[in-house]
Write a protein that binds this ligand. Structure first.
Ligand SMILES: [Fe+2]
Length: 322
């Protein structure tokens, strides 16, 4: 008999009060134990009970992954419109959903297999951001707990969309493009060996290799059929600087696209405010001051708007996003 394959799923992603079209499993050691047959309803108290017992993940049979992905698409569409979830709960659901697919894309570079879900997660985030000026903060408060490349991609995406929105990008398509660029800007790091990325004190050759990652990001997007100019520019230019000292091309401000200028600020700010192997994170206030002192690296008008955005709603000093 062929051995069954299993795929982990996040508990919060399940729809409460609904039975899934496929069975759910628990993992015990190397074994998978049937937890819910497909006819049984999964409730919020089931989720709580699992959490209280220290269960973080459930499993589905890998052959059911397409059904699960389709459920997720329906689910998120329902959540954003549903009166059953309050504004904060919507943020949690949208963030959980986005993270599932962001993680997949950022860790594998495979954008093709979950294209619909990635698209929907960014579109839903745009929709959520446009619902209220508090939306931005709700999403950021959730993202503070994710301290890795996935969290970085999601943060840059959220910062970039919020800044673009503040700058008057009112079309959902533009905000989607900027969000997509923010999410995938570093995807090219997958082509660089891990040891180099986490190393302190790089050789000249290694530093040059790292500086290639925006070009690798573009190559991965193109290989996945994504050739939208705005997305490509945002990704390719995320380490450029207005005074020409950035990389990989050393472009001057007038040669950097609007999308690039936004992602540069979003990326820099998130990099400064998270721990790196070679540097301790800065506080929000220190990072904004630092960027202001080095304003020749950025589009000054955009930087000013970003500072106002981050200062709004007492974001500065909030421990939640430090
Ligand atoms: Fe980067």
């Amino acid at each position: 008999m062929e051995k069954k394959q299993y795929t982990p799923i996040v508990i919060e992603s399940l729809i409460f009060g609904k039975n899934s079209d496929y069975p759910l499993y628990l993992k015990s050691g190397d074994n998978y134990i049937l937890y819910r047959s497909k006819a049984l309803i999964f409730s919020q108290s089931d989720a709580l009970r699992l959490k209280n017992n220290g269960v973080e993940k459930l499993y589905i049979e890998t052959k059911d992954k397409d059904k699960y992905d389709n459920d997720m698409l329906d689910h998120i569409e329902y959540i954003i419109k549903s009166p059953d979830y309050n504004f904060e709960e919507k943020a949690v659901k949208i963030y959980t959903y986005s993270k599932i697919y962001a993680e997949y894309v950022i860790t594998t570079g495979n954008l093709k297999d979950n294209q619909e879900n990635i698209k929907k997660s960014i579109e839903t985030t745009v929709e959520y951001l446009l619902m209220s000026e508090f939306a931005f903060m709700n999403l950021l408060n959730l993202s503070s707990y994710d301290y890795n490349e996935v969290g970085h991609g999601m943060n840059v995406s959220i910062y970039a969309m919020a800044l673009a929105n503040r700058l008057g990008f009112s079309s959902k398509i533009s905000l989607y493009e900027i969000g997509f660029a923010g999410l995938t800007h570093d995807i090219g790091k997958l082509k660089i060996p891990r040891e180099i990325l986490s190393k302190n004190g790089l050789s000249e050759k290694e530093a040059e290799e790292i500086k290639m990652h925006p070009i690798y990001s573009k190559e991965i997007l193109i290989a996945n059929g994504i050739d939208n100019k705005n997305i490509i520019n945002g990704v390719l230019e995320h380490h450029e600087a207005s005074n020409g000292t950035g990389y990989p091309f050393g472009k001057m401000e007038e040669d950097i696209s609007t999308y690039g200028k936004i992602v540069i600020i979003a990326n820099r700010f998130d990099s400064l405010t998270r721990n790196r192997p070679y540097r301790i994170k800065m506080s929000v206030t220190d990072a904004l001051n630092f960027m202001e002192k080095n304003s020749e690296l950025y589009n000054v008008a955009f930087l000013r708007e970003f500072i106002i955005l981050m200062s709004k709603k007492n974001l500065i000093g909030s421990t939640a996003i430090q």
